[in-house]
Design a protein around this ligand. Structure first.
Ligand code: HEC
Length: 417
């Protein structure tokens, strides 16, 4: 008796399950009920008037017009942009659609993109998301206005921004505000505490004087890397980055080609920590010097892989974030730590390197690397003529350098002790 009632219950449960999935599957997704919430959550931060995305996705008409395209870029996971593999490690600032959300968009497109009823749906009217919160920055640093030529060529420039700090400051958030959102591609912020870089202002990457500046070792040089949509970096509560009195800011900015003259005056905003005694955020930069299979030369028409090995760490540290930095020949990068017990801690894997989307990946929780741990990384490059992204035509031997036609292999970590 008991047996049959259990069987019946199981059969009923199974039947209910099948029925429910059939019903939900057969229901055609509509824009207002199903698609708009996905676009609101994952897309409009960039795709709104004045945003970094090339068009707005605020209204049904906007989204419908590009429905098939949206179906393609979400299925291939090209949008929202997030190159790191989220099955390798999770991040506090990660982006991405779930399989279910991708499926909803697919079914909506196949069904002819019905709008549904705006009034009966739960979706509220979309407001452009405010990108900055109400808090006022404590320090605002503006570069001198720069005249972009309009010769249809990419432009990589350095800018020197005096900070005039009479005493050390402790920064808990850093924001980069591009003056020219249309042309500004990405930017790297560095700190010069040597007082020797003033002459770098406005010089281009091709300028031979750059080699001289590059010879000056800047202590703790890397501050922050900006890409569209990653406007602000905020350190975890109770931690802050110290900027020493007398330091200056160096901006390395990449402008997209422009057919007509334009200008840029970008701004950096610093938010100071109110903590009496913040834990200092340190920067650890693994450079080409850490590469084990030297020399760092990418021979023309080869696909080399370089390996890094750094450690053992003299003390335990807590990693807050990682930023891998390669140039255009990069194809993939992967990094992990190995503890003295032989356990691996995954840090980052970017299986399909995208030069345009280089960001700091903040771990969901600080990752503890025990004393004696070793950091290991590998990066693969493609310096062949067949690589459509190769900036050198024909391919030539490529070595280390800041220029976009040179290469780099850096891993920049923020950590606390
Ligand atoms: C972090 C900012 C950001 C977010 C979030 C974002 N986009 Fe984009 N999107 C861009 C930028 C910048 C471009 C233009 C450069 C490019 O194509 O990479 C773009 C390009 C596109 C394109 C054109 C691609 C092409 O090949 O020309 C489509 C379509 C698109 N986005 C749809 C979406 C959808 C749908 C979402 C949400 C699921 C989304 N985007 C989220 C910034 C963003």
């Amino acid at each position: 008796m008991a047996m049959t009632s259990v069987k019946k219950a199981v059969a009923l449960a199974l039947w209910l399950l099948v029925w429910r999935s059939l019903v939900s599957y057969s229901q055609t997704p509509t824009y207002y009920a199903d698609v708009q919430p996905i676009i609101s959550r994952h897309c409009v931060a960039c795709h709104q008037p004045g945003g970094v995305g090339p068009f707005s996705l605020l209204t049904y008409t906007d989204v419908r017009k590009r429905g098939t395209f949206i179906g393609n870029v979400t299925q291939s996971r090209y949008m929202p942009p997030f190159p790191a593999d989220r099955t390798f490690q999770h991040y506090a600032n990660e982006r991405g659609l779930s399989e279910q959300e991708i499926g909803t968009i697919q079914r909506w497109v196949t069904a002819g993109m019905p709008d549904g009823n705006a009034k009966t749906s739960n979706a509220t009217a979309q407001q452009p998301t405010a990108t900055a919160d109400a808090r006022k920055p404590d320090v605002v640093l503006r570069m001198k206005p720069y005249a972009i030529k309009g010769d249809g060529r990419e432009d990589f420039r350095y800018f020197h921004v005096p900070m005039q700090l009479a005493k050390d400051i402790w920064v808990e958030a850093i924001e980069f505000v591009p003056g020219n959102r249309k042309l500004l591609h990405h930017s790297r912020l560095m700190i010069d505490s040597t007082g020797t870089m003033a002459g770098i202002n406005e010089i281009s990457e091709d300028d031979p004087r750059l080699r001289d500046f590059q010879r000056t070792p800047l202590a703790d040089e890397f501050l922050y890397g900006w890409v569209p949509g990653n406007d602000r970096v905020t350190f975890p509560a109770g931690t802050a980055k110290r900027i020493r009195a007398g330091s200056d800011l160096i901006l390395n900015i990449h402008y997209a080609p422009s057919a007509k003259p334009d200008t840029d005056q970008s701004e950096v905003r610093l938010y100071l920590s109110h903590d009496a005694n913040p834990r200092p955020v340190h920067t650890l930069t693994l450079t080409e010097r850490t590469i084990t299979n030297q020399p760092f030369v990418l021979t023309a028409n080869t696909k080399p892989t370089f390996y890094m090995n750094y450690g053992p760490l003299p003390d335990s540290i807590q990693l807050l974030s990682v930023l891998p930095h390669l140039h255009r020949l990069g194809r993939s990068v992967r990094a992990f730590a190995v503890t003295p017990d032989g356990d691996a801690i995954n840090l980052i894997s970017i299986p399909d390197w995208d030069y345009n989307w280089q960001l700091s990946y903040f771990f969901r929780n600080p990752l503890l690397l025990p004393k004696g741990a070793t950091l290991i990384a590998e990066a693969m490059y493609d310096n062949t003529d067949q690589n459509p992204l190769n900036p050198n035509r024909p391919a030539r031997d490529v070595r280390y350098g800041w220029n976009a036609t040179d290469e780099m292999m850096n891993l920049v970590f923020y950590y606390v002790r």
